[in-house]
Design a protein around this ligand. Structure first.
Ligand SMILES: Cc1ncc(COP(=O)(O)O)c(C=O)c1O
Length: 404
């Protein structure tokens, strides 16, 4: 394990934040050995296995501790019609909603629960905006571990139900994610549970990293011009940036990098503000509000890592307003055939904004991370009610005129 403080820690002890500076720790691998095993051909031979195809770059030593529900290997979907509608015909969408529990959170929790079990953990706790809690509950259940999930009281109801159906203890907090983090820390302390708060431990980011590994493989060992990622705690973005460095060190890709773009909601945009101010760290956002639950993260433990990746890649940070998120959710449905979460809609809404700013050009290849499915969220405001008809008095012409 290594961190910004320069300190190194043994990999086989359960680890949280760096005791030297309270900042995130990141796993380090013997990349020369990994490169010998993880060749492009060897990967082709590992057709099944999802994200565990990359096991040499994941933090579980003994495969018998892997708890898998089929996470990873999500499709990278070309969306020429939708892309052209947005002004970016070379749009690709990484369909992370096809993971178990409907979001990319499955990857991180699969890695963390598996490694935690290997290191003797029997009880896990995590604060969650919604999707992470569902994912932790699922992997905890499959691994036979106790799970406590702490969500804001107004987290999407489907996420709350999901966590409970999956056997977790659910605690609701009058407050936002940092308040949930405090409750989770107290639970960890009192119950002896391992705290899986975003980037307060080094294992979840390793699972999320596999999104970047898959991206390079799916594009034939190259990377796109731009990657757009809906950024709350930022684990996926930090993980992908780490993945690219590991792939380069292993000789699987060259030094080229995509411009990384972090997208936040205008009602909670601490990373965007820090990016624009040139700050190394983000100051907490007051009165955070957005329908994109996973983006309602007023302060991120990994802020410096996120900002560093955005800057070093030549990328940027974008805030999109609620109206654009809602509009884009409908547009993705109508033109793309995909019902995306508000977080994913925020990331897609950055495409026209980046084109208008001149940060993206029409002929460039851009990958947007669709991190979660839309069906788990409340009905979007403004969606007109469906038409109800009397089957014995059906007048199709009137119906078509009324429903368009
Ligand atoms: C669907 C969705 N997208 C994006 C995010 C933000 O992810 P991260 O915290 O890794 O930045 C979340 C987090 O809850 C999410 O559920």
């Amino acid at each position: 394990m290594g961190s910004a403080s320069g300190a190194r820690y043994p990999a086989d002890a359960l680890t949280g934040l760096d005791p030297a500076d309270g900042r995130p720790l990141l796993a380090r691998y013997d990349l020369a050995s990994a490169a010998a095993a993880l060749t492009a051909d060897a990967l082709l031979g590992r057709r099944s296995g999802g994200m565990w195809r990359w096991r040499e770059l994941l933090p579980v030593r003994d495969a018998s501790f892997v708890t898998s529900l089929g996470e990873g290997s999500t499709p990278l979907v070309r969306m020429p019609r939708f892309g052209a509608g947005l002004g970016a015909p070379r749009l690709l969408v990484k369909a992370e909603g096809l993971n178990p529990t409907g979001s990319f959170k499955a990857r991180g929790m699969a890695a963390a629960v598996s490694r935690g079990r290997e290191l003797g953990v029997t009880s896990f706790v995590a604060p969650s905006a919604g999707n992470a809690g569902g994912a932790l509950a699922a992997y905890g259940a499959a691994a036979g571990a106790e799970v406590t999930v702490v969500m804001p009281v107004d987290a999407p109801e489907d996420n709350q139900v999901e966590a409970r159906i999956l056997g977790a203890r659910l605690i609701l907090v009058e407050g936002l994610l940092p308040d949930c983090g405090q409750v989770a820390a107290a639970v960890a302390d009192r119950l002896g549970a391992f705290d899986l708060s975003t980037l307060k431990e080094p294992y979840r980011v390793e699972g999320k990293k596999t999104m970047g590994l898959e991206l390079a493989e799916d594009l034939g060992w190259r990377l796109p011009d731009m990657v757009i990622y809906p950024t709350g705690g930022g684990t996926g973005l930090v993980g992908m940036w780490k993945a690219f460095a590991e792939l380069e060190a292993m000789g699987l890709i060259g030094p080229e990098r995509p411009r990384m773009v972090g997208v936040q909601a205008a009602g909670c945009a601490p990373i965007v503000r820090a990016f624009e101010e040139g700050a190394e760290h983000a100051t907490p956002w007051e009165d955070a509000q957005t329908s994109a639950a996973g983006l309602r993260v007023p302060s991120a433990v990994g802020d410096a890592l996120i900002l560093d990746a955005l800057r070093r890649s030549g990328g940027t940070a974008v805030a999109v307003d609620e109206a654009s998120i809602m509009q884009m959710q409908r547009l993705a449905g109508r033109l793309g055939g995909t019902y995306v979460s508000p977080e994913s809609a925020a990331a897609l809404a950055a495409v026209p904004e980046l084109l208008a700013r001149g940060d993206l050009s029409r002929d460039e290849e851009v990958v947007v991370f669709d991190c979660g499915i839309g069906v788990k969220y409340p009905v979007p405001p403004g969606l007109p009610p469906a038409t109800v008809v009397d089957p014995d008095a059906l007048d199709v012409e009137v119906l078509v005129a009324a429903t368009g």
